[in-house]
Each structure stands twice: as structure tokens, then as C-alpha cells.
Design a binder for this molecule. Structure first.
Ligand SMILES: [Zn+2]
Length: 395
């Protein structure tokens, strides 16, 4: 596996990070950067881009070690085996046979000499190291890695051709994707906002974001998860709803596994439950919590299982609710957003659950003239109820 970073991401991250350091009173890295970057403006125009890229790369990878966030996240999710921090850099250099990088370091050192510039003061370096150690400890799983997970991570590392980290243009653009998934030579593409690299105090948020996204990417290349670009039936709003529920269930599956190895997720469990609550609030409280906990405690899901749970309520209920707890009839009265209205059959987002309780008796009778088998508890969409209110002359 090769890990690479787009020039745009490195440029903006380094720029933001150095500015943040400078504003916080740490000038040495900032000054060093400018001593290398400023003379580039005197080069012929055609040579500038490559020269800037080299300085940005040096600072992103070596001086500010911003790439370490990505490597630590890959380790945390088991896409690469854990390495001893002190040996990682040299191991990485060997592994990628990245002689180019070594050359750059030399070149820059020569440049430094020519400019009479010195590195950062020791005091600052100690402080930065302390932050790095603290971050590392926060990421360290509760249990020691056993051999099985080491071998598994080795397998992923060998199978994945490349991890490309690019700059996202906005928050919506952020996320991970797997290219060449089917060909067996997968490339993980990660898009992340450069601003996430600017403030060392927000490093834990950055790490949690990267871990969450790499977990999804890992599932997508894991044969056991068996990811497929599935066709989701229905009109656009139904598709959106199923996609959102699927995303939520998948996020829960990611969070639960992270919790089991002691890694902090982007959202705490209770916040995820509130999201779940929002989608499934029509399910009675006790059963809703039971389903959530059931999913949380499930060790393994496949893509197919998550998708079918997101698509229809029966699959979800039959998995996690005891048959004795809710009768089939009661289950039919749970009107989830997006299920069809029994009157007009359209996917319904605004349900009137029990019209009898809020409407005139004449409205119920008017509906039953058209739908003799319909009962108030079957409910209806707000538009149908409105139509029958008009028809009954009580609207
Ligand atoms: Zn309707």
C-alpha cells in the first residue's frame, strides 16, 4: 500500500497549520517555511510549482508530521499493522522506496545552509512531542494487538494498492470512496478539509473523522462485508430515506466496533441513539431501544443485511424484537416515514396515525365508504385525511 497526498491538500494544510502556530506564538517553523518558500518567487515561473510542492511536502510529512494522522488512523482501523512510532518513518521510507523524499530532505538542508537558517528551538520541539504522545495514547486500543489482527492488517495492507488523501472543497465533499473495488486492486480515496489539519488542539476530531471514514472504506474492501453497488427501488424520496437509514445503521456498526476496541468515534453512543430515535420514533420506546442495543452488540454484519434492515421494518423487527412482544397487527400500525399511505399508496412522510382521535366521526365514515376494510389505526397521510375532511364537509 502506498499512501499519497494531493499537492492541494499539503499546500493548504501546511499554510493553515503554520499560520495557526505563528498566531499562537510559535514562530520557528513558520519562519523556516518562509526562508525556503519565499526565494522560490525568484525562480523562473515554470519551475515554481514543483519547488513549492517540494517545500510543502517536506513540511506536511517531515516537519509538521501531518501525514501521521492518516497513518495512525490506518493503524487504528487495521488497514496497516501497528508499528513502533520511532521506527515508522524509516520503515515507511524503505517500504515505499521513497528515495525522492530523502533527496528532498537533503536538498532542503542544503538550502537551509545557504540561507543560514536554523531549525526550531528545542523547547518548542519538546512541547510538540508531548502533544503527539498524548494523541497517540488516546488512540491506543484498550487491548494489545494479537497476532491475528496483525496478520489481518498485513493482508489489507498488501491487497490495497493505494490510499490517496485529497483536499475536500467543502464539508459535503468530505468522505471516503473505494476505486477499482471489483478489479481486486482497490484504491481508497479520502477527501478531507485542509482546515482540519490547522489546529493541533482539534487533532482528536481529525483523527476520529479519518478513523470513521477508513472504517467504511475497510468494510468496502472486506470480502466478508461483501459490499455491492445495490439498486435501491422506489421513487427518489424513498431512495433517499433508505439511503439515510442505511448510512445510519452502517455508522452504528462502525461506532460499536470502535467502542469495543476502545477507540473514540465522531459521535458518542447516545448521540447516535438520538439519530436512530429520529428515524424510528414510531416504534414503541422499549422495542426501539432493544433494536438499537441489538444492533450495537452484533459482531458482524454484511452489506446485504444492513441494506435489508434499512429497506424494510419487518427485517429489523424480526431480528431484534421477540415475536411475543409486538403482535403482527401492532407492527402494521407502526407508520414509518416513507411507508405507503393505505389510502393513496404514496410514500408518506406526514402520517396521521389515528385519525379517529382528532377527526370528526363523519370523516372516518367517509373513508370507510371508499375503503371498507380500513380502520382508524391504519392511519393515513395528512393529504388524504384533509381530502376526506373536505368531502365530509368538516374541513
Ligand atoms: Zn394518502
Amino acid at each position: 500500500m502506498k499512501v499519497s497526498y494531493s499537492p492541494q491538500l499539503m499546500e493548504e494544510s501546511v499554510f493553515r497549520h503554520l499560520n495557526h502556530l505563528e498566531r499562537s506564538g510559535y514562530r520557528s517553523d513558520y519562519d523556516e517555511f518562509h526562508s525556503l518558500a519565499d526565494p522560490i518567487y525568484e525562480l523562473p515561473e515554470d519551475d515554481r510549482e514543483i519547488a513549492f510542492e517540494k517545500v510543502n511536502r517536506l513540511f506536511f510529512l517531515e516537519k509538521l508530521k501531518l501525514g501521521d494522522h492518516v497513518l495512525r488512523a490506518l493503524e487504528a482501523v487495521g488497514l496497516i499493522p501497528k508499528r513502533k512510532r520511532t521506527t515508522k518513518r524509516s520503515a515507511l521510507l524503505q517500504k515505499n522506496q521513497n528515495a525522492e523524499l530523502a533527496e528532498e530532505v537533503e536538498e532542503v538542508e542544503e538550502l537551509e545552509e545557504a540561507n543560514g537558517e536554523t531549525g526550531s528551538s528545542e523547547e518548542e520541539q519538546v512541547e510538540e512531542d508531548a502533544v503527539a504522545v498524548a494523541e497517540e495514547e488516546a488512540l491506543e486500543p484498550a487491548e494489545e494487538n494479537d497476532e491475528v489482527s496483525y496478520d489481518l492488517a498485513r493482508e489489507f495492507e498488501e491487497r490495497i494498492r493505494e490510499v490517496v488523501v485529497k483536499r475536500a472543497i467543502n464539508k459535503v465533499d468530505e468522505g471516503s470512496n473505494v476505486l477499482n473495488r471489483v478489479s481486486g486492486n482497490p484504491i481508497i480515496e479520502m477527501r478531507v478539509l485542509a482546515s482540519r489539519f490547522s489546529n493541533p488542539e482539534e487533532a482528536l476530531d481529525l483523527d476520529a473523522f479519518l478513523i470513521q471514514e477508513f472504517m467504511h472504506a475497510k468494510d468496502m474492501v472486506d470480502p466478508e462485508f461483501d459490499y455491492e453497488d445495490a439498486f435501491i427501488p422506489g421513487n427518489p424520496s424513498v431512495k433517499n430515506l433508505i439511503t439515510s437509514r442505511f448510512r445510519l445503521l452502517w455508522n452504528m456498526y462502525v461506532d460499536a466496533r470502535l467502542a469495543r476496541i476502545g477507540v473514540v468515534s465522531v459521535l458518542p453512543k447516545e448521540a447516535r441513539f438520538r439519530e436512530f430515535d429520529n428515524f424510528y420514533r414510531k416504534i414503541p420506546d422499549k422495542q426501539r431501544r432493544g433494536i438499537f442495543e441489538g444492533i450495537w452488540l452484533t459482531d458482524k454484519f454484511t452489506h446485504e443485511e444492513l441494506l435489508s434492515m434499512a429497506t424494510d421494518l419487518d427485517t429489523l423487527m424480526s431480528k431484534y424484537v421477540d415475536p411475543g412482544e409486538i403482535s403482527e397487527e401492532e407492527r402494521d400500525f407502526i407508520h414509518l416515514q416513507g411507508s405507503p399511505c393505505p389510502l393513496c399508496k404514496f410514500p408518506t412522510y406526514n402520517w396521521v396515525d389515528d385519525p379517529e382521535s382528532i377527526c370528526d366521526e363523519m370523516v372516518i365514515e367517509a373513508i370507510q365508504i371508499d375503503f371498507p376494510d380500513w380502520e382508524s389505526k391504519d392511519g393515513g397521510c395528512d393529504r388524504c385525511i384533509e381530502v376526506y375532511e373536505l368531502r365530509a364537509g368538516v374541513g
